[in-house]
Design a binder for this molecule. Structure first.
Ligand code: EPZ
Length: 423
């Protein structure tokens, strides 16, 4: 397993391009199952999660060509059973369920495993698909959905105890595009990635309105056609590098971002004392480390609130920000694995019942730390940038799931990092 050695103390300067969004690419790749015609999807990041999704689609029978960031995929004749072992390894593959059911009238998908950020239930996905007429059975770790008479539009409320479900909204929206009649999704997720998927589906000939709000209306159509689409920028990668620039930078510029997707992240970084300047078109921003810094109170929330996927990275920034910060993650109350590792580096953090209380310290110190999940790993890299000494981060595969060439991008900004290949 590769490791990343981060030698702390370098100042980050210069600029990098932010990649296409992993969390928009995954459901959009799955949506190509809804047509037998070729789909061309640009700016798909080269990360293991998108590679897994492509493997799953190929295993289902799709013809996939990939050249740098462009994926050309044709699902002319696909099977209805997703490969158990592949689906088990990536929770997000659950989003093949909706398109497969709509296209084939039946689908078999393994129940996704839980993960370190918490139990990952799919009850809301199934509530929505059942409302469209699917029959749900569980056997051998698989979910089998059947709709022999096709799907029919319905009014569905996807409200969950922890707020809206992003992939659940995606699954129901994709299935509803080929259902007979009108589907209304109340309490829908409004993340930019859901809107990007809806734009992709509408370009395929779907009739979706309201995506990006809590209420989405889908008028079913007979069939969908091929399409070309460019995926939106990855707002979480952008946020991660914004935090890195605030921690260790001197005027770092991030290109290919989308200001509207970064409002909550920008507000949190500025509230702690740093400055973020966007260009007039809002597709590039420069971050200036502040002089007078202070702790902030952060509550994760569904978009447009502060994203849970940026909670760990902000915790790393606040670990050396003077003052007290209180960080609450109501979406994934267990998403604090990074705190134990940050404490090994000298951070002063108390975690209790879905809340982390961070008291900023002067400096962290290097220590051998272990990545546990995608965003926690990114938090460890950030912390190591200004820590005294060299930090060794093991289990780098967690980072490679969702950050395209993170070591190369950090090197381009002047960080002193090296990937140590496992012999
Ligand atoms: C998406 O996961 C993202 N993944 C996650 O990003 C992100 O953390 C999450 O949304 C929340 O924003 C992708 O888009 C591929 P949810 P998703 O369904 O859709 C509960 C990353 O780091 N819930 O929106 O799987 C659930 O337990 C990843 O890139 C139910 O109760 O998350 C959670 O508490 C990690 N029942 C809350 O809803 C369900 O049926 C939000 O989960 C589904 C979810």
């Amino acid at each position: 397993m590769d490791k990343l050695l981060v030698h702390g103390g370098s100042t980050l300067r210069g600029s990098i391009n932010i990649s296409g969004s992993k969390n928009a690419s995954l459901p959009i790749l799955a949506a190509s199952l809804l047509t037998g015609e070729p789909c061309i999807i640009r700016r798909v990041p080269d990360v293991s999660d998108t590679n897994y999704m492509i493997q799953i689609l190929s295993a289902l029978g799709a013809d996939v060509e990939r050249s740098s960031g462009t994926v050309r995929i044709t699902c002319e004749d696909v099977a209805d059973e997703a490969p158990y072992e592949l689906v088990r390894r990536m929770r997000a593959s659950i989003c093949v369920m909706g398109p497969l059911l709509a296209r084939k009238g039946r689908c078999v998908v393994s129940l996704p495993g839980g993960c370190v950020i918490g139990d990952r239930p799919v009850d809301l996905h199934l509530r929505g698909l059942e409302a469209l007429g699917a029959k749900v059975e569980f056997e051998g770790g698989n979910i089998t959905l059947t709709a022999p008479d096709g799907l029919r539009g319905a009014e569905i409320d996807l409200r969950g105890t922890h707020g809206p479900t992003v992939l659940g909204t995606d699954n129901v929206m994709m299935a509803a595009t080929l259902a007979e009649g009108i589907t209304i999704i109340e309490s829908a997720a409004a993340e930019p990635e859901v809107l990007d998927l809806a734009n992709f589906l509408n370009a395929m000939g779907a009739k979706i309105t309201g995506a990006g709000t809590r209420r989405i209306v889908i008028e079913g159509v007979k069939e969908l056609h091929g399409v070309e689409h460019t995926v939106i920028p990855d707002r979480i990668e952008a946020g991660t590098f914004m935090a890195a620039a605030a921690l260790a930078g001197e005027g770092v510029t991030l290109r290919r971002v989308c200001r509207d997707h970064l409002k909550a992240i920008t507000a949190a970084i500025e509230q702690s004392g740093h400055r973020v300047e966007f260009n007039p078109t809002g597709d590039s921003c420069t971050i200036f480390r502040g002089e007078t810094l202070q702790g902030v109170n952060l509550n994760t929330a569904p978009f447009p609130g502060y994203p849970t996927d940026m909670q760990a990275q902000m915790t790393a920034l606040l670990a050396t920000t003077p003052g007290i910060s209180v960080i609450k993650d109501a979406i994934f109350p267990q998403r604090f694995m990074h705190c134990a590792e940050l404490k090994r580096m000298g951070a002063d953090i108390k975690v209790d019942n879905g809340t982390a209380i961070v008291r900023g310290v002067e400096k962290l110190s290097a220590a051998p730390v272990m990545a546990s999940d995608l965003r926690a790993s990114a938090a460890l890299v950030l912390a190591a940038l200004t820590a005294k000494g060299s930090t060794e981060i093991s289990r780098l595969y967690h980072i490679d799931r969702g950050y395209e060439h993170i070591d190369e991008k950090l090197l381009m900004l002047g960080a002193n990092v090296e990937r140590v290949k496992d012999r």
